[in-house]
Design a protein around this ligand. Structure first.
Ligand code: V47
Ligand code: SF4
Length: 381
């Protein structure tokens, strides 16, 4: 590091400790030149200021009702063509069975996203929310990414706001953060042309926030994007959060290169990269309360270390993860609550179960046997 770089880093350090907002240039500098120890120290300072020693987790399940998709994002290993033998569409019965399983296992949340099916109408997606909500009203339904909402608008020719309101009345709880990928058109046009662009993605979240709704945001990193694209992405999210305050958590998603065209000559992001992106996200997104280290994506080990690099959330029990497993993830499909709590404690943090909206969930001990999904019950404490 040159003397001028050392000065720049010292200035940024002062800013972080003083609570002063970092600029685009600061972010770029950190991405290009800062060492991992300093990034960790600074991000951990902010993390502890915002969330103390707590790491949040939730008891959730994922549901992907179809993998058939009109788009062809080059990083996607999950999608299937309309007539492909690997394409599936779950029946109402299968969907309800999965919701039942989630409810019986004590889940508080169902995370529902899928492909944009060539033929299925918007009413099919609406029906999923209606059916699950009326049978299992205790489950918070975090459903459909901004890309899906944009698709619903395209096929119905109805305004997104009206669709959001209709789905909310049917039981929609919040929006997940997927589909953001990398906003910058230099990258977006190469990896996911045609689907909702940055402005459309942000517009959906803005609409939802203006209705009092909460949502998450993501960034897919570790492929063809450069540091300036990542910082640009974070700045755009920070801008919308200044306007609405509706984002709850930011989730950096590490690219998995198996079984997709984009991954052909690209290795998996390293652990160093994962921790660097986590820390810079924490530092740039000063108006986001939470940063999630999604263990399915990062591996359990990196997600654990990330608790000292800015993250304060580790996501949930998950179960039935398909998107990253199709792309070569070797993380387990599910973790029991006991596993989650142990790995958080090992990271020196205090595990707190949250619901989707970050309210603490307090359970009677007797319920705990439901948490340990698929495993023999072992008392937690
Ligand atoms: O938008 C797809 C990503 C996202 C690959 O809101 C891939 O709490 C890596 O957004 N390698 C969907 N990533 C998942 C998502 C998410 C996950 C967990 C929690 C939340 C939340 C949201 O998965 C897609 C895309 O960015 N993705 N393929 C791949 N090969
Ligand atoms: Fe379709 Fe989503 Fe895969 Fe893109 S990432 S091809 S929109 S399923």
């Amino acid at each position: 590091m040159t003397t001028s770089h050392a000065h720049q880093l010292a200035d940024i350090r002062d800013k972080v400790f003083a609570g002063t907002r970092l600029t685009f240039d600061d972010g770029l500098f950190l991405d290009r030149h800062a060492d991992l120890f300093t990034l960790g120290e600074l991000a951990n300072f902010v993390r502890e200021k915002k969330n103390g020693n707590v790491t949040y987790y939730n008891v959730n399940q994922h549901l992907n009702p179809t993998n058939v998709c009109v788009y062809r994002c080059s990083f996607c290993s999950f999608r299937a063509d309309l007539k492909s033998p690997s394409g599936y569409v779950m029946t109402d019965e299968q969907i309800l069975q999965r919701a039942k399983e989630a409810s019986e296992q004590g889940a508080t949340e169902l995370h529902i996203v899928g492909g944009l099916h060539h033929l299925l109408p918007y009413e099919w997606y609406l029906g999923i929310i209606k059916n699950i909500h009326s049978a299992f009203p205790e489950l918070h339904l975090k459903a459909w990414t901004a890309v899906e909402w944009d698709w619903f608008e395209r096929i119905t020719k109805r305004p997104t706001r009206e669709l959001l309101a209709e789905m909310k009345a049917a039981g929609l709880g919040s929006l997940p953060g997927g589909g953001a990928e990398i906003f910058h058109p230099e990258v977006r046009s190469k990896i996911c042309d045609y689907k909702a662009d940055a402005d459309q993605w942000l517009r959906v979240h803005r609409e939802w926030h203006s209705m009092g709704g909460k949502s998450n945001a993501t960034m897919l990193y570790g492929h063809i994007e450069k540091p300036e694209h990542r910082i640009d992405h974070l700045m755009r999210l920070r801008g919308l959060q200044d306007e609405t305050g509706g984002f709850q958590t930011f989730i950096p998603l590490a690219f998995h290169p198996s079984n997709n065209p984009l991954g052909k000559d690209i290795p998996k992001p390293s652990g160093m990269m994962d921790l660097k992106v986590m820390a810079i996200s924490r530092l740039m997104l000063d108006n986001f309360l939470h940063i999630k280290a999604y263990w399915q994506m990062l591996t359990v080990k990196v997600a654990q270390v990330a608790q000292s690099y800015g993250a304060d959330d580790i996501d949930g029990t998950v179960v039935h993860e398909t998107i990253y497993h199709a792309a070569g993830s070797d993380s387990p499909q599910e973790l029991s609550v006991r596993d989650l709590r142990r790995l958080i404690e090992e990271a020196g943090r205090v595990p707190v179960e949250r619901d989707t909206l970050y309210n603490e969930v307090v359970r009677e001990k007797v319920e705990a046997k439901q948490w340990a999904t698929g495993r023999q019950f072992v008392p937690l404490n």
